[in-house]
Write a protein that binds this ligand. Structure first.
Ligand SMILES: [Zn+2]
Length: 296
């Protein structure tokens, strides 16, 4: 049988395998747990160099996961960081490493060590294999047909809506929101805050093309003072409709927030009105440029 050569090819093949396998076994389709089939699947297809171990180790937070061959390179192990307890995060990491095994292991023959930072640099060119492994994981764990069906009525979703999907697919909240942002027609953005500053953000294509975006990491951008993310967990509110002047100078924004899914981080989902303010730049970007000017 001809083997796929791309992550898309592998993702749809694995997806069909899991769906049909669960039908035969009369099991519910979701959640899809990689450790339940990665070893047997790889033995069937690649008896010469299968995955023979899926195991947790304490990486002390340095890596989320790894794909490691033995010395003869005829067996592979998937190792995940068991220093934390989020099942969804582990499941996504396992799918990511499984993606490396199927799509990339021939390319380097070297071990893959994947840090959280690398895994979530979805937009960086140098990390093409990381992007592909994430795309593979998202496709396999949240198959497009089901994901579309589950989100078809999302007009102004909050993180509560995504928590339901997180539990359905057994992934992290970040993964499920990013998966939605990749395809939605809504103007929406996920902002990850840390210590009062924007750590990184990811906007939907319609938001970006309407001129709203900002570059995190290159300069420090504080979270807006009156945003839920900046108010902290004591605010006791998980969502609010902000007037203009909080996240955007020109537009009201619906913010829902979750604290500390990961250590000392906030996740804010921002929903902007449809249409947008034209091709005017967002005030956050202006502020960013102001602060950049101050630095130089
Ligand atoms: Zn990786």
């Amino acid at each position: 049988m001809k083997m796929p050569t791309t992550w898309e090819g592998w993702a749809s093949r694995v997806s069909v395998y899991v769906r049909e396998g669960k039908k035969v076994l009369q099991l519910p389709r979701f959640p899809i747990r990689i450790e339940e089939f990665a070893e047997s699947y790889s033995r069937q297809l690649f008896p010469g160099d299968p995955i023979t171990m899926v195991e947790g180790q304490d990486f002390g937070g340095r890596f989320e996961g790894a794909l490691i061959p033995n010395e003869a390179k005829d067996e592979w192990a998937i190792i995940y960081d068991n220093g934390h307890t989020s099942r969804g995060r582990i499941n996504f990491t396992l799918a990511h490493e499984f993606g490396h095994y199927l799509v990339h292991r021939h390319l380097s023959g070297e071990p893959f060590y994947c840090s959280r930072k690398q895994m979530w640099d979805w937009d960086s060119d140098y990390a093409r294999m990381e992007v592909e492994a994430n795309s593979f994981a998202a496709f396999v764990l949240m198959p497009p047909d089901d994901f579309r069906e589950q989100t078809k009525d999302f007009r102004r979703p909050t993180l509560r809506d995504f928590e339901i999907l997180r539990d359905r697919y057994e992934v992290s909240l970040t993964a499920v929101v990013l998966n939605w942002l990749k395809t939605t027609k809504s103007r929406a953005m996920l902002v990850v805050g840390r210590d009062g500053f924007i750590d990184w953000s990811w906007g939907s294509a319609p938001l970006f093309t309407s001129g709203v975006y900002f570059q995190a990491r290159q300069v420090t951008t504080p979270l807006p003072d009156t945003s839920l993310a900046a108010l902290g967990p004591t605010a006791g509110v998980v969502e609010i409709q902000h007037p203009q002047g909080v996240w955007s100078e020109y537009e009201p924004v619906l913010e829902s927030v979750v604290f500390a899914e990961y250590h000392e981080m906030t996740l804010s989902l921002l929903i902007y009105p449809p249409g947008g303010p034209g091709r005017r730049r967002d005030d956050l970007e202006d502020r960013l440029e102001d602060s950049a000017d101050e630095r130089y």
